[in-house]
Structure formats: structure tokens, C-alpha cells
Design a protein around this ligand. Structure first.
Ligand code: 16G
Length: 252
């Protein structure tokens, strides 16, 4: 190994019913997590792992393949396997904006506007915004980036008195919530959010730079003001390889 990373501890338990490849995969995962092995660290070669754990090359390959599928390592042809960047931890306990979350992680938030226009509300949008279908709503579709890399696609539908003023706003690399607060005096106060795992669709794959079949998290959020008026209904597609959603639970 060409790094100062600590040794991988543990052994394959030969009397366990767990397949060897699975045990090796677990040992490697624990090693990476417990030692917080930095991203892009090279992990030992197939040969080294085979010798160290006294298992065949096939077993090592299978373990590495599983780690790669789980997004924990990436492999470069002819160069070996490397630890991936950890996922962004997205807390879902408080109402925050994309921009706030990014800044809290000391990363750079960004937004690329795909379209920004008034549109008649469809059934679903109307229902969430508590308005009659066909009422004109402001639609904003943005690719959200972190340090310049696309991580999510967000389509927001907004409705409130004077919403059409948003047509002249510049949303490129700006925070929607900040613009709402400063220009319209609207402060998002609470939200209802639904999460659902899915496979990315073609257009989303293209804008998010994902391969066909990649996993994503679909999120639907309806955000309300303190006096319970719906402000926005947002449909988002978050990259599964980039995000981990974190919540807290307590007994009531
Ligand atoms: C988050 C919200 C989205 C909101 C946006 C505002 C989720 C799933 N969605 O991305 O509903 O419109 O923040 O962020 O969390 P901004 O102020 O940075 O534009």
C-alpha cells in the first residue's frame, strides 16, 4: 500500500456461514469507516489482500466489486481501487435551504437555472398549493451544484400575491429563500417532505451527469409560512451517490 493508512485488522472466520467475500467486504468497510480513511486513498491491491487474508483472487474481486457497487470505492483501470468521497449528510430535522446546508458544510452552493416562467398549475401542484387548477404559478427549475458539481435537480412551483415579480429576479447561483425573504418578505417556516427511492430518468440523468440506471432520491416538499400558507411545492431529484439523509427520532 502506498499510503500511511493504518493496517486492516480482523480475520476471515472460516467456520462462519458468511461467504468469505462478504466477510472481507465487511472488514474493509469497517477499516475505512473506523479509521476515516481519506477519500482517494489507494486500498491494497487484489494480490496483497489475497495474501493478507488468505483468500483467493476471486473472493477479493467479489468483495471489491460489492464495495464499488455500494459506492464506497472506485476503481481505475490498471491503477487499483480508491476510497470514494463520503456522501453529503443532509439532515431532515429542520427547515433549511440548499444554500444554508451547503454553507454549513463549508461547501459552495450553486444553481443553474433551466427555466423560470409562469405556468398554469396542474392538479398536483394546485392541490399542494391549495389553489384552483390552472391558476398561474411561478415555476423555477434549477440544477443545484456543490462546489460546481451537479447534485440535484429541483423544480419549484410558487404561489402568493405578486409572485410574478419573481420573473425579473436572477436566480443563477442565488438562494430562492433569501430572495423570498428580502424581496417579498416571505419566510418559509415549516414544510412537509416525502422521500422515495427511484432510478434516474433520461433527462435527469443528462443534467445530473448520471449513468442510466443510477439510483436517485425523489423528494417532494411543500413549504408553508408561519400562518400556514403554502409558499412552494418542490419536486427534487437528488443523486443517490452523493447524499445520505439523516434524521433524529425520539419517543413521544
Ligand atoms: C432545498 C429544498 C427546496 C427549496 C430550496 C431553497 C429540499 C429537498 N428542498 O433544496 O424545497 O426550494 O432548498 O434553497 O430540501 P435555496 O434558498 O438555496 O434556493
Amino acid at each position: 500500500m502506498h499510503t500511511d493508512a493504518p493496517e486492516i485488522t480482523g480475520e476471515i472466520n472460516r467456520s462462519s456461514p458468511m461467504p468469505y467475500y462478504y466477510q472481507l467486504q465487511e472488514l474493509l468497510q469497517t477499516w475505512m469507516e473506523e479509521n476515516q480513511i481519506p477519500p482517494h486513498t489507494q486500498i491494497p491491491s487484489e494480490l496483497e489482500l489475497g495474501e493478507r487474508f488468505e483468500v483467493s483472487r476471486t473472493v477479493v474481486r467479489q468483495a471489491l466489486l460489492e464495495l464499488e457497487r455500494g459506492g464506497l470505492i472506485y476503481r481505475l483501470k490498471g491503477r487499483g481501487s480508491f476510497v470514494t468521497q463520503p456522501k453529503l449528510r443532509q439532515q431532515i430535522t429542520e427547515l433549511t435551504s440548499f444554500t444554508q446546508d451547503a454553507r454549513e458544510r463549508n461547501t459552495r452552493p450553486g444553481a443553474k437555472v433551466l427555466w423560470q416562467e409562469m405556468q398554469p398549475a396542474g392538479e398536483t401542484v394546485a392541490q399542494h398549493l391549495q389553489i384552483a387548477p390552472q391558476t398561474p404559478v411561478f415555476c423555477l427549475e434549477r440544477i443545484r451544484t456543490i462546489n460546481g458539481e451537479p447534485v440535484a435537480l429541483e423544480t419549484a412551483y410558487l404561489n402568493f400575491e405578486g409572485v410574478e415579480n419573481l420573473l425579473t429576479e436572477h436566480f443563477e447561483d442565488q438562494s430562492l429563500y433569501e430572495i423570498l425573504a428580502v424581496r417579498q418578505g416571505i419566510i418559509p417556516f415549516q414544510a412537509k417532505q416525502e422521500h422515495e427511492a427511484a432510478i434516474v430518468r433520461s433527462r435527469e440523468a443528462e443534467v445530473l451527469q448520471l449513468q442510466t440506471g443510477a439510483p436517485v432520491m425523489l423528494i417532494a416538499r411543500t413549504t408553508y409560512t408561519a400562518d400556514a400558507r403554502p409558499v412552494e411545492f418542490v419536486k427534487s431529484v437528488y443523486r443517490g451517490d452523493k447524499y445520505r439523509f439523516v434524521t433524529r427520532l425520539k419517543q413521544t
